[in-house]
Design a protein around this ligand. Structure first.
Ligand SMILES: C[S@@+](CC[C@H](N)C(=O)[O-])C[C@H]1O[C@@H](n2cnc3c(N)ncnc32)[C@H](O)[C@@H]1O
Length: 326
């Protein structure tokens, strides 16, 4: 039985907050209402506290606990929910039907699938649907709606920080070229929040391009110019204040980025993958080398490891400002 203090209803919230602040509220017990009064459980015999028979507080089950209980056998302790679709990692599932139903019920997902990574130039996901059918959904992040079909185009939860960083960049009045736009992962936050005047969004995969158009429409964006095709052919030249290379294996595309920049130069956001041995020097070295070959010099502004891409391989982003060589 805990100690409790009896307080008037109208003062209860303020007193509860004070108790929480002082670490005195005893959360193992329920708060009980009695007419105009409330009993707040406390951890020690503070002034006015009395011994009270309060009911134990019911511990809320975590989604993991609820799913585990429904399935009745081991399940992985991580998954992703993108829009209304739950993506589970490969695992030794004993009964996939039961697993699908349990995840759908607890996570309120319309579809549940096992996700086996992405493949090819278009980064197409390999998924195995185990509950429901419809893999098209709208994922909302940072006030932006991303419509996509998770069986056809990827959505990397690991890149969330970078999508948010793009929304915080000061690109006021700038012309931007997004060389690997996808469904608008970076173009949409830049267009909506960063003040860019115009974003040329290049995308080669017609399915990703279809969702890029949809996302421009549902987010009511007016400063993105979508361009369907290979950026080596469709990216405009000598116009950009800022160029994004939001993909992997992008070193061969650095000349396209340099050619997209205005003669006065600008900023590039260079994403690529590097081995553990290379990661400390090669990203900067690549930028400086390609910049020099195109009449620019480079100042490195920012560098961050975005995520582990494969064992000993890192996805890294480097921002650099390029100036004409003296
Ligand atoms: C999937 S996105 C990369 C992930 C993204 N940065 C994020 O935040 O999740 C890369 C996109 O570049 C597209 N792409 C690949 N090569 C291309 C090229 N040469 N020109 C234009 N788009 C290309 C792919 O189809 C894909 O949609």
């Amino acid at each position: 039985m805990p100690y409790a203090i009896k307080v008037k209803k109208e003062n209860a919230e303020a007193i509860r907050r004070k108790l929480v602040k002082k670490g005195l509220l005893d959360s193992r017990w329920s708060i009980v209402i009695d007419g105009e009064y409330l009993y707040l459980p406390v951890k020690e015999k503070v002034d006015g506290a009395i011994f009270m028979d309060l009911p134990k507080r019911k511990k809320r089950k975590s989604p993991y606990e609820s799913i585990r209980e429904l399935v009745g056998c081991p399940i992985p302790d991580y998954w992703e929910k993108i829009g209304e679709v739950a993506l589970l990692p490969p695992y030794h599932y004993e009964d996939v039907k039961k697993v699908g139903e349990a995840f759908a019920k607890v996570l309120k997902a319309k579809t549940v699938a096992i996700y086996h990574g992405v493949e090819g130039e278009f980064r197409v996901p390999k998924i195995e649907v185990i509950y429901g059918k419809d893999t098209e959904t709208v994922h909302v992040e940072n006030g932006i709606k991303y419509m996509l079909d998770l069986a056809k185009v990827m959505f990397s939860s690991g890149n969330v920080e970078e999508r948010i960083r793009m929304s915080r960049i000061d690109a006021k009045g700038e012309i931007v070229v997004d060389m690997f736009a996808g469904i608008g992962y970076f173009s949409l936050p830049l267009a909506k929040y960063a003040g860019a005047a115009k974003i040329y969004a290049c995308e080669k995969n017609p399915i990703a391009y279809h969702y890029l158009l949809k996302n421009i429409e549902i987010n009511e964006i007016h400063n993105i110019i979508p361009l369907l095709g290979d950026n080596r052919e469709v990216a405009p030249k000598k116009v950009a204040d800022r160029v994004l290379l939001g993909y992997v294996h992008t070193e061969p595309f650095l000349p396209v980025a340099m050619e997209a920049l205005r003669e006065e130069g600008g900023v590039i956001h260079y994403h690529d993958t590097f081995t553990t041995e290379e990661r400390n020097w090669k990203p900067e070295e690549n930028i400086k080398r390609y910049a020099a070959a195109h009449g620019f010099q480079a100042r490195i502004l920012y560098k961050r490891v975005i995520k582990s891409y494969a064992p000993h391989i890192w996805h890294i982003v480097v921002d650099a400002r390029l100036f004409p060589k003296d």
